[in-house]
Design a binder for this molecule. Structure first.
Ligand SMILES: [Zn+2]
Length: 216
């Protein structure tokens, strides 16, 4: 729980980095699709890099903004084509399902969809960005094509202030750059366990002096 000063007094896990294997087991998903719509226990959004190494992610007014998925398959999709809300037969795409949930929330006919977000660090590791509420969506044009943007508000008291918040809202691209520079090891001692991104470094629990106010 946090008080009005934003101090945090809850136990938090020693790291938010999980292996891709653990992620798949916990969520019951493969890592093929970026967007996985589910009501229970939550939807899952994987933040993946584009072909050019950038990520479909930005922070806007304290909200995490994630881009929808490109269409695949026989209907003429792909990275250069318009993103779609539904297939030719009328079935909703994942974009469509998230978009509908966001509109229903904005129209006050439902509670926000809970979305668990993970950021891919490399083929074997992901960052657990935590739970968000889906609070909005928009259709926009980028480079001449239609794309969808989804607006997510962080939830979870332990992640709304202090170092954990900074780590959580650090962009996927910055995390990936730090991860690749350090080869997934603590920059103090080389450990590969219990790591966190702190002040643009990757640091283990021992080297960050856990318990000495890192959350303050
Ligand atoms: Zn260390």
């Amino acid at each position: 729980m946090s008080n009005f000063l934003g101090e945090v007094r809850v136990s938090v896990p020693p790291t938010s980095i999980i292996s891709s294997v653990t992620l798949m087991e916990c969520e019951g998903l493969t890592l093929q699709k970026s967007m996985n719509f589910r009501e229970e226990p939550h939807a899952v959004f994987l933040v993946l890099s584009r072909d050019d190494g950038t990520y479909k992610e930005e922070i806007r007014d304290g909200l995490l903004v994630l881009e929808g998925h490109d269409s695949v398959g026989a209907e003429g999709g792909g990275a250069g084509a318009d993103q779609m809300l539904q297939y030719a037969g009328g079935k909703l795409t994942e974009n469509g399902k998230f978009f509908k949930a966001a509109q229903e929330y904005e129209g006050r006919v439902r509670e926000p969809l809970n979305v668990q977000v993970y950021e891919k660090l490399d083929a074997g590791a992901c960052f657990d960005k935590g739970l968000f509420d889906l609070v909005g969506a928009e259709r926009t044009k980028e480079e001449g094509r239609t794309v969808f943007k989804f607006f997510l508000r962080p939830c979870g008291d332990e992640y709304v202030a202090g170092t954990l918040k900074q780590e959580r809202m650090l962009s996927a691209m910055e995390k990936q750059q730090i991860w690749s520079r350090t080869h997934g090891r603590c920059e103090g001692c080389g450990a590969q366990e219990n790591l966190r991104f702190v002040d643009e470094q990757l640091v283990c629990m021992k080297d960050r002096g856990e318990g000495s106010g890192m959350l303050g």
